[in-house]
Design a protein around this ligand. Structure first.
Ligand code: ATP
Ligand code: MG
Length: 351
């Protein structure tokens, strides 16, 4: 099943001209290339420095993975919910446009009788694969039920269009925040992010696109991880499976992804959580671009010199935040992983 996912992932790239990796956005790029072939100069440069140690040893034993081949029960449950929605279609009014993604738009629906809200995401499926990777995303997503992960209630596929009916987060996203958060607020959101990421990992799912735009908020300040479009399964028959490919949003991608070799799934999310925490604390990024001609990035990743003295780092006052960042942004993924397991929860919630 995992190899199906890998296969489908491989089929995702390919329409992007000379480079085989796909640029999904002009700014804050989300990138995908699971082939490992036709790597960009950035990757080749990073690779030639060869500073990243790849560890593929399985470490987690508590994972109870989601299935990517839907069970009859799962399909039946989905069919019933979709049917119930169709039956009450007249009760749902289209309230407003919520956002646009690369593959479609998201709108807000409101039930005039019950006052319930739903986020309605329409995605045009690429006809190249069957079942489409978007459908696999829905199958995975519908099995994920956690306070800090946007719920997918049900989906419908009509021709080449997939309709996803999602839990609505009414407070925007972390990407909307224009100023640095107070440390206790940043750590509170970080703790929720960590809960959500831990849950995904406990179900054998690695998100691979953790970034502020994909972290939605409710008006009660609950953080919800959204957009599982690049997620992948990292456990197959109880064994951890290495990830491959140039996948994610560049500034949030862990250094091992740029090497062109396989890498472990969970630590790439942990690194991205570190960059998100930095962003919440400073309203900026630790480097202008995760690229080998960016001085701060090179100092951190390749020369392993600490850049705490630099401008934005200086604005972080709390020692526990600095220590957290240092542990999450460990260049060695195995160090990152063990640090994550040891992060004291109390430390993250109270300052
Ligand atoms: P991209 O690849 O650009 O991240 P995408 O096609 O994967 O986009 P999403 O990230 O899922 O799409 O959604 C696009 C935008 O729609 C989000 O940034 C957010 O503003 C809004 N949105 C998506 N889902 C919800 C939701 N459940 N509640 C509220 N707003 C949402
Ligand atoms: Mg998104």
């Amino acid at each position: 099943m995992f190899f199906f996912r890998l296969f489908f992932c491989c089929c995702r790239q390919g329409n992007s001209g000379e480079e085989t990796w796909t640029t999904r956005k002009e700014t804050n790029k989300t990138i995908e290339n699971t082939s490992g072939k036709g790597r960009s100069n950035l990757q080749k440069e990073t690779e030639s420095r060869g500073s990243t140690k790849i560890v593929t040893t399985p470490t987690r034993t508590t994972v109870s993975p989601v299935t990517i081949f839907p069970t009859r029960e799962l399909l039946e449950r989905n069919r019933e919910k979709a049917q119930a929605h169709t039956n009450s279609e007249k009760e749902w009014e289209d309230v407003k446009f919520l956002g646009v993604g690369v593959f479609g738009y998201v709108r807000l629906l409101r039930n005039v009788k019950t006052e319930e809200f739903l986020a309605f995401k329409e995605v045009k499926c690429k006809p190249t694969t069957f079942p489409s990777e978007e459908l696999i995303e829905s199958i995975i997503h519908s099995q994920l039920d956690h306070e800090n992960v946007i719920r997918l209630f049900f989906w419908r596929k009509v021709g080449q269009t997939l309709f996803m009916y999602l839990e609505y987060a009414n407070g925007g996203s972390l990407g909307d925040l224009k100023e640095a958060l107070a440390e206790h607020d940043a750590l509170r959101y970080f703790e929720q992010l960590r809960e959500g990421v831990d849950f995904l990992h406990s179900r054998g799912v690695v998100h691979r696109d953790i970034k502020p735009d994909n972290l939605l908020l409710t008006e009660d300040e609950v953080l919800k991880i959204a957009d599982l479009g690049l997620c992948s399964i990292f456990v197959w028959r109880g064994v951890e499976v290495p990830q491959r490919g140039f996948v994610g949003t560049q500034n949030y991608m862990a250094p091992e992804i740029f090497t062109g070799r396989s890498y472990r799934g969970p630590p790439v999310d942990m690194w991205a959580c570190g960059v998100v925490l930095f962003n919440m604390l400073t309203a900026g990024l630790p480097w202008r671009r995760a690229i080998s001609n960016d001085n701060n990035y090179v100092l951190w990743v390749h020369r392993k010199k600490k850049i705490f003295s630099r401008k934005l780092w200086n604005t972080i006052e709390g020692l526990s935040s600095l220590s957290l960042l240092k542990r999450l942004l460990a260049v060695d993924p195995s160090e990152r992983d063990s640090n994550w397991l040891q992060l004291p929860r109390q430390e993250n919630t109270h300052q």
